[in-house]
Design a binder for this molecule. Structure first.
Ligand code: CTP
Ligand code: CA
Length: 221
């Protein structure tokens, strides 16, 4: 059955969402990763689709099922995530929930690194990855509403307010990742906008996603 237009306030809008970790290769068999499960990002993609948006979900390697009705683009590295995001533009909404690796190994080894007898353990030389949120925030085809996340383990709101300015995004969803948030089912977040800081209660990640999607729909109405 067709839903009434009011139930699909994001009909005709394109939303770009990132989710999950990135994997940054060391050699053909090893990589650097992080604890992101993709639960929050995938739930946001599903919630935006439920409100009628056409959703492109750019995801790192996760065990989550593809949200129904969402176009999923699978990538591994931060550089692939950036290329996939730019390739998905134009978009009305961007929500960058991925835990993008800040650094990658400067020179990926073409062959598996070997333990040579008597040799020292290798040191990894790292280099900075592109910042996808900052790039989209300053893009010629900037989405109308750009929402970032801030993963913090201390001074959560203070750091997130500074991050919002630094990245040039409209909103930041700040969360304290010092506990069981990464991989867990619940999230306690603060929504930081130009108007100030909203403290949300602890909610299941699906409920955080629905509340954020409703706020996005209201902001675009
Ligand atoms: N992000 C991104 N590209 C990166 C790093 C982060 O797009 N290379 C995005 C994340 O998806 C998130 C936001 O930027 O929406 C903030 O990520 P976070 O790791 O909290 O902040 P950083 O700017 O990387 O700073 P730090 O890790 O030092 O706190
Ligand atoms: Ca980071």
């Amino acid at each position: 059955a067709l839903l009434a237009p009011a139930a699909r306030p994001l009909a005709g809008r394109h939303a770009l969402v990132t989710s999950g970790p990135t994997h940054e290769p060391i050699d053909p068999v090893r990589y650097i990763a992080n604890r992101s499960s993709g639960k929050q990002g995938h739930a946001i993609a599903a919630a935006l689709a439920a409100l009628g948006a056409r959703v492109t979900l750019v995801s790192g390697p996760v065990a989550q099922p593809d949200p129904p009705g969402v176009t999923v683009v699978r990538i591994e590295t931060a550089r692939e995530m950036l290329a996939a995001c730019e390739g998905a533009l134009p978009a009305d909404i961007a929500v960058m929930a991925a835990a993008v690796a800040d650094w990658r190994v400067a020179r990926e080894a073409g062959q598996k690194l070997k333990k040579e007898p008597g040799a020292e353990a290798p040191s990894l030389m790292m280099t900075l990855n592109p910042d996808i949120l900052a790039t989209l925030s300053h893009h010629a085809q900037r989405p109308g509403l750009v929402v970032g996340f801030a993963a913090e383990t201390e001074k959560v709101v203070e750091h997130a307010i500074a991050k919002r300015r630094r990245k040039g995004c409209d909103w930041i969803v700040a969360n304290d990742v010092s506990g069981t948030v990464m991989g867990g089912d619940a999230n306690t977040v603060h929504l930081i906008t130009a108007a100030g800081v909203e403290d949300w209660p602890e909610l299941p990640k699906g409920a955080v996603a629905e509340r954020l999607a409703a706020r996005i729909a209201a902001a675009l109405a």
